[in-house]
Ligand binder design. Structure first.
Ligand code: NAD
Length: 287
């Protein structure tokens, strides 16, 4: 049975992509963030992204962007999420923020509603502990940009039920995606490896071993990667990289996850990457 109404919490880089993808696959979306200003920016960004996508897929019959946008309700009020059959949470990668959000969702949404955490590193079992429905909590680690990435890393928390996994797989299929299911561990598979790689690449810059473009070119031309680690860092957002590596550091108590001081400095300076217009590279259009 088709899931009709999906709540999306957080209207940043990932929430925007998830909401757009859902609306384009005919779901009704309730997109919640903490300020009208952020939501207005998200609305503009989604509209631009739909137009941009239409420009590249000229052969496909494109739906009017306004019709797609009409399926998204933008609000700062969590109360509207009471009608959501499924919620995908994409808020800032900070445990204190997420803990509060899950307590609110748990109080507002019907007991059968599944909550999917689109987190980079926080344990899904830990997120489950912030609710009274740990069996209905699952990790759905979407890739960026969401509408263009067909694969999602799915994470089974300690209490996640088989029913929750099949509901989440069903929603992914409706969104035109597939999932690879892994067991819970901070950072899962992707970010236990990727965050260390990016952090080490930043140490290379700090130690002046090579320039930004040289580091990225080695990964692209020698290994055949589509993007180098520093371009990837700018795409993800340096603030999100820092928060994620801090989660890994705290979760494993292992010094191999200590964040590079240059990463901290760049975040303190507001150099977040693509979303701020400046990171390791400069971008014409800040998101
Ligand atoms: P972001 O900083 O771009 O956006 C986070 C959004 O959450 C902001 O708009 C913020 O206002 C909002 N927020 C904060 N507190 C909130 C609250 N109480 N209620 C509702 N909204 C709230 O971050 P992002 O890159 O979109 O990341 C969001 C989540 O997705 C993080 O957990 C991150 O680790 C994960 N993630 C990021 C990427 C990526 O490439 N950026 C990929 C996969 C997963």
């Amino acid at each position: 049975m088709k899931i009709q109404v999906v709540g999306v919490v957080g209207a940043g880089v990932m929430g925007i992509g998830v909401a757009q993808n859902l609306a384009q696959t005919s779901h009704q979306v309730i997109l919640v963030d903490i300020s009208e200003e952020i939501l207005d920016k998200a609305k503009k960004e989604i509209k631009n992204n739909i137009r941009f996508q239409g420009f590249f897929n000229k052969n496909e019959k494109a739906e009017n962007p306004d019709n797609i946008l009409h399926r998204i309700k933008f609000s700062t009020n969590y109360k509207f999420l009471e009608s959501a059959e499924f919620v995908i949470e994409n808020a800032t990668e900070k445990w204190d923020i997420k803990k509060e959000i899950y307590a609110q969702l748990d109080a507002i949404c019907p007991p059968e509603t599944v909550f999917a955490a689109n987190t980079s590193a926080i344990s899904i079992t830990r997120i489950g502990s912030a609710t009274k429905r740990a069996d209905k909590i699952i990790g759905m680690h979407f890739m960026n940009p969401v509408p263009m990435k067909p694969m999602v890393e799915m994470i089974r928390g300690y209490h996640t039920s088989d029913e929750t996994i099949s509901t989440a797989k069903e929603l992914l299929a409706q969104m035109g995606k597939e999932g690879i299911l892994v067991n819970d561990s901070p950072g899962f598979v992707s970010n236990r490896v990727l965050m260390l790689t990016i952090n080490e690449a930043i140490f290379l810059i700090q130690d002046q071993v090579a320039s930004v473009s040289e580091v990225d070119r080695i990964f692209k031309t020698c290994f055949g990667h589509k993007m180098g680690p520093l371009e990837t860092a700018d795409l993800i957002g340096l603030d999100t990289i820092l928060f994620s590596i801090e989660v890994l550091y705290e979760s494993f108590n292992d010094s191999k996850y200590r964040p590079c001081p240059l990463l901290k400095k760049m975040v303190d300076a507001g150099l977040y990457g693509r979303k701020s217009g400046q990171g390791f590279y400069t971008y014409n259009r800040a998101i």
